[in-house]
Design a protein around this ligand. Structure first.
Ligand code: FES
Length: 400
């Protein structure tokens, strides 16, 4: 396979050139990063027709001959390593496949690098045993925020003298492919130096001091993809911010947030969480996240809803949770909004719910942004289902 560009669609935004870690046209390994990241769908993968050559490399001490124009991940898969899109024991978890999350990272010539977008090369020495390595991840955008995220309490009034509610950073890589992605520039960013957890925690702590706030958040992309990295990051943040006012907030789609993962996050120091549920019906969910495999989508959907229930049952007295829901008539009916409302209200009517108006963004430029009246209708529908704390995003700010 290789990538071709449809010049009639390309708008020369150059995102693929500046943000994507790419080995170049000649050595394209068809990792698909630039295809997924293009906001104009100008890039696509085609059968390549190029002649591959044999290259020799070593995997876990074993010398092998493989064909060129492949990623290290593809080579590992062809040699029997199990590659998964949901974390499983004894497998390589490769959720984003765009070089941002480093979950798929292996040691390549002595350095931890993502296997999904690294081309195999002659003489490469690969080691998949990376348990003792310090994890890395691409994280950017360390800055103060005036609004906060889905997991920020609705009635928070303690702004800093500079007007900030919290400081945040954003992790690259996501396992969804939402056409409406509101943070796609971060999500697909892979051409940056990765940070280890204490570097990222130190930078966020410096921002906290600078912005004079107590809340520190990580969002994305999807913040939870690289579990080892996130747990260490939260632990370091807690260590660097031992005061009782410090809040550590994680915004997530909760697709891989299993109960043991939640336990570990709380143990590490997480105090606030904002699971962003992308629907209730499988069809809606698959449509929003652009996932074609029903079994995989079902697993993500179930895990995210189960995560909300588990946090309510086990941690609601010590972890603040606000839930996010998307709305646009193109993707979701008011009946489904109502169903979501009833389900959540049955669990806890005081749960904070933020409805995000899905607007023209990324690859969904022709989408019609919900009007103020539509969002008001969504709010009323959710309140009629029993929820007491509903907030709806609109073009003119939040309806509270
Ligand atoms: S799966 Fe390779 S970096 Fe995310």
């Amino acid at each position: 396979m290789r990538v071709i560009v449809d010049k009639s669609l390309c708008k020369n935004c150059n995102y693929c050139k500046v943000a994507i870690a790419c080995s170049g046209e000649e050595t394209c390994i068809a990792c698909g990063s630039c295809v997924d990241a293009c906001p104009y769908s100008a890039r696509k993968l085609i059968e390549n027709g190029r002649e591959a050559i044999n290259v020799g490399c070593t995997i876990n001490g074993q010398y092998i001959d493989v064909q060129s124009h492949q990623s290290v991940l593809q080579v590992l898969e062809s040699f029997g390593y199990q590659i998964t899109s949901f974390p499983e024991k004894d497998s390589i978890f490769a959720p984003c496949r765009t070089g941002g999350c480093y979950s798929c990272a292996v040691q390549i010539d002595g350095e931890l690098r993502p296997s999904c977008n690294t081309p195999i090369r002659e003489g490469m020495v690969i080691n998949t045993q990376v348990e003792t390595q310090i994890p890395k991840r691409i994280v950017s955008g360390f800055q103060g925020h005036h609004v906060g995220g889905v997991g920020t309490p609705k009635n928070l009034s303690s702004r800093s003298p500079l007007g900030y509610l919290e400081v945040a950073c954003f992790a690259s890589g996501c396992l969804y492919r939402c056409s409406t992605c509101q943070n796609w520039r971060v999500t697909y960013m892979s051409h940056m130096k990765p940070l280890n957890p204490n570097e990222a925690a130190s930078r966020l702590t410096i921002e906290r001091k600078h912005c004079q706030v107590d809340r520190m958040a990580i969002s994305g992309g999807e913040s939870t993809l690289n579990r080892k990295w996130l747990i260490k990051f939260v632990e370091y943040l807690k260590k660097l911010n031992p005061d009782s006012d410090a809040r550590i907030h994680i915004d997530t789609n909760a697709a891989i947030l299993t109960t043991d993962y939640i336990d570990e996050l709380v143990e590490a120091g997480m105090t606030d969480i904002g699971p962003d549920l992308k629907g209730l019906q499988l069809k809606t969910f698959m449509n929003i996240i652009c996932q074609k495999s029903p079994p995989l989508a079902k697993k993500y959907l179930k895990t995210s809803w189960d995560a909300v229930k588990y946090i309510l049952d086990e941690y609601y007295d010590r972890v603040f949770m606000g839930v996010g829901i998307p709305f646009n008539r193109t993707f979701m009916s008011l009946d489904e909004i109502s169903e979501i409302g009833f389900k959540l209200a049955k669990w806890d009517p005081t749960l904070q719910v933020t409805v995000l108006d899905y607007r023209p963004e990324f690859r969904a430029q022709t989408l019609h942004r919900p009007t103020y009246d539509e969002m008001l209708q969504v709010k009323t529908t959710l309140e009629n289902s029993g929820l007491k704390k509903v907030m709806c995003q609109t073009s003119g700010g939040y309806i509270r």
